[in-house]
Design a protein around this ligand. Structure first.
Ligand SMILES: *Cc1c(COP(=O)(O)O)cnc(C)c1O
Length: 387
């Protein structure tokens, strides 16, 4: 499905004319009047059972119209019938695991995953033990009682691509969850490759301005019911103000991603020949696994660059101290450029051996490229690298 800029601008706004409004109304009600008890009871049953809406919203843990608007819009951008939004990316991941418990006894997951996602699976907190596998070995490892296969592509922080279609084929009947946070629906729509669940930390590109923590899972109607049941029971809700901000950011998602990507392509090329840099990880440089999926599974290389500094930890620390345009901070996908040190921050929870195995070395730095002028970004990196 070609990404539709028209849909991005208009999705979730279909009833504005009838409402007589031009921007989404924000509904902050926590409860709703129940004048007709029979309708109220039927609505309660429907929503607790995972329905997308009901005649009466009853209570905001069960339904919120502002959140539902964002969900409908995001579902359309991913080519899915439904989406379910959560208080954070990790709340979304937790809900997927809780829902998956109904269909199996363990999950298969491919490393590397986002550090806290790895930690959540490894901890067994959600009651589903994890077996870590190579993507190529999923066909051998998958069992009838495997609840879920979990992958992330592009992966964090080394931007390896995982072949979604191949994983889906190997997984057979077992649903595949793709953490597509780094790609956004602009560059990749995993359902086209057969994924059942597409997860985003909406905190990143979907929000895009560094002011919202949120998560969302785009999926089919069957999974949406399961996820809404879990959300109604566990309460990992997205606040309506956050949903409003996310919905407002969707029309500019492609503009932000495309502009940041153009900057990233230039910066990655220059970094790859910089004297202080040992290796630059960026899909279109061919320095990541499965770079051949560029142009098919993933339409462009994205906006994230990781690079390994010859000077190791000390050089990485200096870079974070000296940048002036970029902000030294975790997170990603904002309009402004962020730079961080995976071994010291985001991937701290992995043990050292696992970090080394996945190229998360003391000199590795991850850059989330923003939409500033590329020459200002390059000048900033140059002065910080040579300081
Ligand atoms: C940030 C992130 C998460 C976690 O999302 P939160 O919104 O921080 O809970 C999960 N996966 C990826 C790839 C991320 O970047």
């Amino acid at each position: 499905m070609k990404y539709s800029h028209t849909r991005a601008v208009h999705a979730g706004r279909e009833d504005f004319d009838a409402l007589g409004v031009h921007v989404p109304p924000i509904d902050l009600s926590t409860t709703y009047p129940v004048r007709d008890l029979d309708t109220g009871t039927a609505s309660f049953d429907a929503l607790v059972g995972g329905a997308a809406s009901a005649a009466n919203p009853i209570y905001a843990r069960l339904f919120n119209p502002t959140v539902a608007r964002f969900e409908r819009a995001l579902a359309q951008l991913e080519g899915c019938s439904d989406a379910v939004a959560f208080a954070s990316g990790m709340a979304a991941a937790s809900a997927c695991l809780l829902a998956a418990r109904q269909r199996g006894s363990h999950v298969l997951a491919v490393r590397p995953l986002y550090g806290t996602h790895d930690h959540l699976l490894e901890s067994g907190l959600m009651g589903l033990p994890v077996r870590w596998v190579e993507a190529e070995a999923i066909g051998d490892e998958v069992r009838a009682d495997t609840a879920l296969v979990i992958i992330e592509t592009p992966s964090n922080p080394t931007l390896d691509l995982v072949d979604i279609a191949a994983v889906v084929k190997a997984a057979g009947k077992v649903p595949v969850l793709v953490d597509s946070t780094f790609a956004t629906p602009v560059l990749q729509q995993p359902v086209l490759q057969g994924a059942r669940l597409v997860m985003h930390s909406a905190t990143k590109f979907l929000g895009g301005h560094g002011d919202v923590i949120a998560g969302v899972v785009a999926c089919d109607a069957e999974w949406a019911v399961l996820l809404r049941q879990v959300r109604a029971a566990t309460g990992g809700l997205l606040h309506p103000l956050a949903a409003y901000l996310l919905h407002r950011s969707l029309p500019t998602l492609a503009l932000r991603v495309e502009r940041a990507q153009a900057n990233a392509i230039t910066l990655a090329q220059r970094l790859s020949t910089h004297a202080a840099v040992a290796k630059t990880f960026f899909p279109s440089l061919g320095t990541v696994a499965n770079a051949h999926l560029l142009g098919t599974q993933m339409l462009g290389p994205g906006t994230m660059i990781s690079f390994d500094l010859k000077g190791g930890h000390a050089a990485a620390a200096q870079l974070m101290r000296k940048v002036k345009v970029a902000t030294p901070a975790v997170s990603l996908g904002s309009v402004d450029t962020l730079i961080q040190h995976p071994a010291g921050l985001t991937h701290r929870v992995l043990d050292e051996a696992t970090r080394e195995r996945h190229s998360i070395t003391p000199g590795l730095v991850r850059l989330s490229v923003g939409i500033e002028d590329v020459e200002d970004l390059w000048a900033d990196l140059q002065q910080a690298l040579s300081a």
